[in-house]
Design a protein around this ligand. Structure first.
Ligand code: ZN
Length: 150
């Protein structure tokens, strides 16, 4: 087996082993490697020390009155800082203008419907109508010419 510390850089398979997520055959191969590799043993010992320290750590109890102090600090801050900032920004003339432009743009994008593709038969009918109209004009021209000739 390749040394996880040297080949993987961060020793991923050692971390998996430490977390108990390595399958049995890989765990057995790693344990065999650990017998011969002081670098991996050190890595594993350090990792286990971190895990034990994390397991042993307990968050300090919250002091009595903590919630009230937090609420008081929040009240001391401007009562509605973000809302005030929003309102004062809204009073500047450029903001409503920009917002209106953005709204119109969004409305335009939302209402945009691509024109339906013209259907082939309709086009064929149009061409036939144009041809017929041209023929009719031609015939009318011939008749009017004939009238003048008479
Ligand atoms: Zn190793």
């Amino acid at each position: 087996m390749n040394c996880p510390v040297r080949s993987e850089g961060r020793g991923e398979s050692l971390l998996e082993y430490c977390a108990g997520r390595l399958d049995a055959s890989k765990a057995a191969a790693l344990e065999a490697h650990l017998e011969a590799c002081p670098a991996c043993r050190d890595f594993l010992a350090n990792q286990e020390a971190v895990w034990h320290a994390l397991e042993a750590w307990e968050a300090p109890p919250v002091s009595p009155g903590f919630d009230q102090r937090v609420y008081r600090m929040m009240e001391r801050e401007s009562p509605s800082a973000w809302w005030e900032r929003f309102r004062t920004a809204w009073r500047r003339p450029a903001v409503p203008l920009a917002a209106t432009a953005a709204l119109l743009l969004v409305a335009g994008i939302l209402s945009y419907r691509p024109a339906p593709a013209p259907e082939q038969p309709a086009q064929a009918v149009e061409i036939e109508q144009v041809e017929r109209a041209l023929e009719d004009l031609d015939m009318l021209g011939q008749w009017s010419g004939a009238e003048h000739a008479l």
